[in-house]
Design a protein around this ligand. Structure first.
Ligand SMILES: Cc1cc2nc3c(=O)[nH]c(=O)nc-3n(C[C@H](O)[C@H](O)[C@H](O)COP(=O)(O)OP(=O)(O)OC[C@H]3O[C@@H](n4cnc5c(N)ncnc54)[C@H](O)[C@@H]3O)c2cc1C
Length: 439
């Protein structure tokens, strides 16, 4: 084993959550020596780069509303006031719902909670939707295929105008560049952490310690190259790989990964698709919002720069949970697009008929059981994960909570001034409402 190096904090994982956390901790603790490491060769190359990078404050739980609303406002501030281009565009989000879904207690509670939190949204009826999106098929009558496929007819649209899309690479770059301006230690890439160093606290230097009667603490990490990097605190922002490092020391992260994929359809060569992409009336960009279909979990994001759509699906039963994300999860499945997503998409939006993806990629969500992220400290490890498919849009708030927890504050102040207890997202003293608006 080579000589060890010592830091105040080691942040493992340079995805959006790791870089945002490193930045906020360094900003508020300027004297601390923070080392940021990742096994990839640059920041933001894992699930952050695979994301649709859509951002919404339209959640059912007040916790997620708060995390996302304050993060989105911070992203707007970064772009509009600090002049850092994040490609943040307010496309809005549009949930297409049938009557039964709209009248359900879940949707009623969702709308009530948004009202209470001051999150603005609009409801469109069928006629309004038909006017604004002429390419939307609102009549499934006498269509045997839709019956076979269990597709629900659209009756309503629930629209949030403060939601949108951004470029995740730019967001990571922003936090990373700002972190580099204030850190004392150069971030390191190509560093694969193999193990957390768990030791007795205090160390008695007895053979085989820590014993069961001793307090225990993580004092750093061992890398694949057997380097020993020691620190008072280890921040674990390893997303869908958190279990690999936490399991061996007996901490149950409670998260599981699930494969998620995106398929790109270009609209330039097909007039109906082009017209759909530039649907007017929803937003100042005169484009179709990020749209979620009423059935099968299919959704699309408008991609204005490449004049196209990114199509995704939040498939539930039948798509395995994995303990950690594996290399297989990085391979998009063209048959899945053709047999599962395309038939649904083209029923609601016939303009997609006979189109083929020009690109595709896959990654993984890191799910928490209640779909609310985790931020907690245990034995010297500060864990930030479980973003459940919405880590981009919560990144700023989670990083501020991690920083406040590091500073042993009771509450974290989010951008805009709202406060949240630093225990609210912990495992042991969790204080959240279960989230059920998951895509
Ligand atoms: C298809 C898809 C669509 C999505 N769409 C959206 C969306 O529209 N909006 C949204 O907000 N979110 C979306 N997400 C989710 C979002 O991408 C994640 O929540 C977010 O990127 C999580 O950030 P992270 O930093 O935790 O993870 P990651 O970006 O995965 O970063 C974790 C980092 O840890 C590193 N690491 C792991 N283990 C080790 C180790 N042992 N040693 C060293 N380094 C290690 C990895 O290399 C990686 O860089 C989507 C995800 C996918 C896959």
């Amino acid at each position: 084993m080579s000589d060890s190096e010592t830091f105040d904090i080691i942040v493992v994982g340079a995805g959006v959550l790791g870089v945002a956390t490193a930045f906020h901790i360094q900003k508020n603790n300027p004297e601390k020596k923070i080392l940021l490491v990742d096994r990839y060769l640059a920041a933001g190359q894992a699930n952050t780069a695979m994301s649709a990078a859509a951002v919404r404050n339209m959640f059912a739980s007040s916790t997620n509303q708060m995390l996302t609303d304050s993060s989105i406002k911070y992203f707007e501030h970064v772009q509009n006031d600090l002049g850092y281009e994040l490609m943040f565009e307010k496309t809005g989000y549009l949930w297409l719902l049938n009557e039964e879904q709209f009248e359900s207690s879940n949707v009623k509670t969702w709308m009530e909670r948004m009202d209470k939190s001051g999150i603005s949204f609009k409801v469109y009826n069928k006629e309004q939707l038909q006017d604004m999106i002429p390419g939307l098929n609102l009549n499934f009558e006498n269509d045997e295929e839709v019956e076979l496929m269990n597709l629900k007819e659209v009756d309503y649209g629930l629209y949030g105008g403060d939601c949108g899309v951004l470029d995740p690479t730019r967001l990571v770059e922003y936090y990373f560049e700002e972190f580099k301006k204030i850190t004392h230690i150069k971030p390191r890439f190509g560093v694969n952490v193999k193990k957390l160093i768990l030791e007795a606290d205090p160390k008695l230097d007895l053979p085989g310690e820590p014993y069961v009667w001793q307090n225990k603490k993580v004092n750093g990490v061992i890398t694949e190259k057997s380097e020993e990097l020691r620190s008072e605190t280890v921040v674990l922002a390893t997303g869908a790989w958190a279990n690999e490092l936490l399991d061996p020391i007996g901490i149950n992260s409670g998260t599981k990964a699930k494969k998620r994929q995106l398929f790109v359809i270009h609209a330039e060569d097909k007039k109906q698709l082009h017209d759909l992409l530039f649907s007017k009336g929803f937003n100042d960009l005169n484009c179709i919002p990020f749209t979620i279909l009423p059935s099968a979990g299919v959704y699309f994001r408008p991609q204005l720069q490449e004049k196209g759509f990114w199509i995704g699906c939040g498939d539930k039963i039948g798509r395995a949970y994995k303990y950690i994300q594996t290399d297989d999860d990085l391979i998009p499945e063209s048959a899945y697009y053709e047999n599962s997503m395309y038939p649904v998409l083209s029923k609601y939006f016939p303009a997609f008929k006979d189109t083929r993806p020009v690109n595709s990629w896959a990654g993984g969500y890191c799910y928490a059981p209640d779909a609310i992220p985790f931020v907690y400290e245990e034995c010297g490890v500060l864990v930030v994960n479980g973003a459940s498919g919405s880590g981009i849009m919560k990144a700023d708030a989670l990083a501020r909570i991690a920083d406040a927890l590091y500073r042993k504050q009771k509450d974290a102040e989010l951008f805009g001034g709202k406060k949240i207890s630093t225990k609210a997202l912990s495992i042991k003293e969790r204080d959240v409402e279960i989230e059920n608006v998951i895509i």
